[in-house]
Design a protein around this ligand. Structure first.
Ligand SMILES: Nc1ncnc2c1ncn2[C@@H]1O[C@H](COP(=O)(O)OP(=O)(O)OP(=O)(O)O)[C@@H](O)[C@H]1O
Ligand SMILES: [Mg+2]
Length: 253
């Protein structure tokens, strides 16, 4: 089982879009995948909303982490090879509740330890470097960092890398960076290309070969509660996320 945390404390850089379409893509390549929504905004949950059972939304990541429910009670089957642990606004309260307790950083790891079915767990993190993201870093094998191709994208990355190193050093020595993913890339825009050059210098081989293009079909899909594969399987976005799935499988092996 490989656990991949999709992390960037910057908001709106494509974390959730990547988490959803990577999970669905892995499932459709025959890998058993679990998408774990670790964001109180619950965008990954609503992004697959058409397939999420509403009556089961009472049980999700909050209930799992607070110990009210067991992992098998919070997992929902979405389609062949794909499962979801949904989120809800309640998750926002968890931060306060657990930060008083001793071993709060290892809570998620402990709860996920009971799962052995999925080959991949993809964690959609909130745009913050708080309790939830620290739990994700402690529970994961890999970090995947989506970055928007824009002028300010490198800002804050030093802080993210510092936290990554700190958790690796203190709680999770095997943690590794799986890759940095350029999102919302615009080929016709010289700024996008300059940012790419900049990131290549900074991250070298860690930068994924595939770049996710800016593609309106990717932005539309969540409003229908479906992934890009079901919304428009011939779109540029679908092609790009399919390439990402291949690269992720290669890198993990
Ligand atoms: N490649 C893309 N092309 C066009 N629109 C995109 C693309 N990727 C994401 N978007 C849109 O940009 C917005 C932000 O994306 P997303 O929700 O995936 O980011 P996020 O990092 O998860 O945000 P947050 O930090 O709030 O959780 C959404 O409206 C999404 O539909
Ligand atoms: Mg998000």
């Amino acid at each position: 089982m490989k656990v991949i945390a999709v992390i960037n404390q910057k908001g709106g850089v494509g974390k959730t879009t990547t988490a959803i379409n990577l999970s669905v893509g892995l499932a459709r390549s025959g890998k058993k995948a679990l998408l774990l929504d670790l964001d109180p905004q619950a965008n990954a949950t609503s992004g697959l909303g058409r397939k999420v059972a509403e009556d089961k939304n009472d049980y999700g990541i909050y209930e799992l982490l607070s110990g009210q429910n067991k992992s098998n009670e919070t997992i929902q089957a979405i389609e062949k090879n794909l499962w979801l642990i949904p989120s809800s606004k309640d998750l926002a309260a968890l931060e306060m509740e657990v930060s008083q307790t001793g071993n709060w950083h290892g809570l998620l790891k402990q709860r996920l330890g009971l799962l052995n079915e999925p080959e991949f767990i993809i964690i959609d993190c909130p745009p913050a470097l708080g309790v939830l993201t620290i739990n994700a870093l402690t529970a994961s094998d890999y970090v995947l960092i989506p970055m928007q191709a824009e002028f300010y994208s490198l800002e804050g990355i030093a802080q993210l890398i510092e936290l990554y190193k700190k958790i690796k050093h203190t709680h999770n020595p095997d943690l590794a960076i799986l890759g940095v993913l350029l999102t919302m890339f615009d080929n016709r825009n010289t700024l996008s290309k300059n940012v790419e050059d900049e990131l290549k210098k900074y991250f070298g081989k860690l930068l994924f070969n595939v770049k996710i293009p800016r593609n309106v079909r990717l932005a539309e899909a969540p409003s229908y509660g479906i992934s890009i594969y079901d919304h428009d399987k011939w779109s540029k976005g679908t092609k790009a996320y399919k390439s990402l799935v291949k690269e992720v499988i290669d890198r993990v092996n």
